[in-house]
Write a protein that binds this ligand. Structure first.
Ligand SMILES: [Zn+2]
Length: 87
């Protein structure tokens, strides 16, 4: 049974050697598992809206759906990312 309201979590990996860009890997519903390795990840709190968990510095996060640069719509301590192309 899949609960559609359940958040999805995307592990982030560097898209380039310096880690300026990060892209999302295949999502999981298991936040415990994904947070256990200490790497930053995305939490899809609402469809196509992503919270960053962990420290990504000034990296640009690429949209898990289309690979475009996401945009931070909540500048501050906890970024909230949306994709201008998917929205
Ligand atoms: Zn997108």
């Amino acid at each position: 049974m899949k609960d559609r309201s359940e958040p999805k979590f995307y592990p982030l990996v560097n898209a380039d050697a310096k880690g300026k860009y990060k892209y999302a890997m295949i999502p999981t519903n298991n936040e415990k598992q994904i947070s256990a390795d200490g790497e930053p990840y995305l939490a899809e709190v609402v469809s196509h809206v992503f919270r960053v968990r962990g420290d990504v510095g000034n990296s640009i996060i690429l949209c898990p759906y289309c690979g475009s640069n996401t945009k931070n719509i909540a500048p501050g301590r906890k970024p909230l990312l949306v994709c201008p192309k998917c929205k």
